[in-house]
Design a protein around this ligand. Structure first.
Ligand code: 1GP
Length: 230
């Protein structure tokens, strides 16, 4: 069974998935065992990735994490240099909210030489940046504007276009450290229109916010910053 099939099965069984995001740039490999012990018991996946990560760093962090967890480790890369073959799967992102060809197709083409040789599972991911109330690293690095939370139909149509183009799941992203997470109304509307799993992240810092996202229709919630601070 692939990692995608496994998570689809868990969702069908009614499980709510929780990914903890680790930014390799801010993570010391020696802290991996202690870090893993602080994670919530409902953690199902580990995501590793950031906006600006030096080459080789992601691989080292994945290696350290592998030594102390059996949870699936997915690469969530800001650029193709972060693809590390020792991970389990790769979120093969296309930034559908933006109109920068480099992040719609350019980075993906550059990744192919690495992926041909790699063993890791590739999961086509429709990535949608939504305004979280402050400028996000994704916005800064990609030079693209987020979609307004006011324009729910545009977000729904973008998510649906992603699904129709072959994305195996859709990621609604308010940006790491967002002041305002993606609203329940947006999550509900997107969930009602797509058939693939829905990931929601950015600015989710509390149990209440996490449960709100699940109740609105998120199949997986991603939390990063809150665990960095702790
Ligand atoms: C960012 O969605 C993730 O890519 C997580 O965001 O760091 O705000 O939890 P936070």
């Amino acid at each position: 069974m692939t990692f995608l099939q496994s998570l689809q099965q868990k969702i069908q069984e009614g499980q709510r998935l929780l990914a903890i995001l680790i930014d390799p740039e801010k993570f010391e490999t020696e802290q991996a065992p202690a870090f893993m012990r602080t994670l919530p018991v409902d953690t199902t996946h580990i995501f590793v990735g950031g906006s600006t990560v030096p080459e080789g760093r992601t691989e080292a962090v994945v290696e350290a994490l592998k030594g102390c967890t059996s949870k699936p480790i997915f690469i969530f890369p800001g650029d193709y240099n972060q693809i590390a073959d020792n991970a389990d799967a790769l979120l093969f992102l296309s930034l559908l909210s933006g109109r920068n060809p480099e992040y719609l197709i350019g980075q993906q083409v550059k990744a192919v030489a690495k992926l041909r040789e790699a063993k890791l599972e590739v999961i086509p991911t429709g990535y949608i940046l939504i305004d979280g109330g402050n400028e996000s690293a994704v916005q800064r690095v990609t030079g693209t504007a987020p979609l307004s939370q006011e324009n729910i139909q545009e977000i729904v149509d973008t998510a649906k276009a992603g699904e129709l183009m072959g994305a195996q799941w859709i990621y609604l992203e308010a940006g790491s450290g967002a002041q305002i997470p993606v609203s329940q109304d947006i999550i509900k509307a997107v969930k009602a229109d797509i058939t693939v799993p829905l990931i929601v992240g950015g600015g989710i810092r509390s149990e209440i916010q996490k449960v709100r996202a699940y109740n609105a229709g998120a199949d997986m919630v991603v939390m990063g910053t809150i665990f960095e601070k702790e």
